[in-house]
Design a binder for this molecule. Sequence first.
Ligand code: 0L1
Ligand code: MG
Length: 265
Amino acid sequence: MNLTLGREDIVRLCERIEGAQTRAYAIPKLTDEYPGMTIGDGYAVQMALRQRFLAAGHKQVGWKAGLTSKAKMIQMGVNVPSIGFLTDRMARPENSAISTADLVHPRVECEVAFVMKKALQGPGCTRQDVLDATDYVLPAVEIIDSRFSGFKFDLPSVVADNGSSARFVGGGRARYVEDIDLDTLGVVMEKNGELVAMAASAAVLGHPAEAIAMLVNILAELGEGLPAGSFVMSGGITEAIAVKPGDNVIARFQALGSVSMRFVE
Ligand code: 0L1
Ligand code: MG
């Protein structure tokens, strides 16, 4: 990947993102100060952030693909998907109350999550490689929380901010990939009993496993593979919906059951 930032700037930006994430405040997008920043620089900041969290005792549980649907790319004004890491501290149980006090401006999106039984290594990872390496899939909701003021950002900034990762909830019913049509799953999201979004899983790069293959190939560019046992989210099928304290959210997935949560102060 093309890098333009030196080590000092990467550490500086990593500390800026870490502060915004852990103390929940909005910051201007990083490219305001570093207009020449590349997507590679964004990943260098993200990897530095991951090192900091791991050194502080967080455990990585997997990865997420982001911006993998046309709806999300249009919503956020970008044209390339991204990846981010997921840790144990971001996981929340199904049906739980999720605090918004430690989030900036949370939004929810429905995703298919994959649990891997075999490790994968790019480059050249394909949809079929992913399906062969998958133990099972389950429905999930990602709670994203861009740390950038007014959702004004670009891809290098979002990548540095770990793809807006904040919380995630897995649940519903786990299924083997050979038992379901993964590309035609219908999904509806309700907020406070009202339908707020609906789409089919093909919205994710034509097939959610395609997003996992993309993620494995980006990981290879970063010198990493996807370990067996990883929990991997394939990206929002619907656009992201804003939530606030008092909101109840339920995501209903065809063939995979539903995932619900509520938001509190
Ligand atoms: O999970 C994702 O699709 C990443 C979204 C990044 C941009 C945003 O905050 O909406
Ligand atoms: Mg997402």
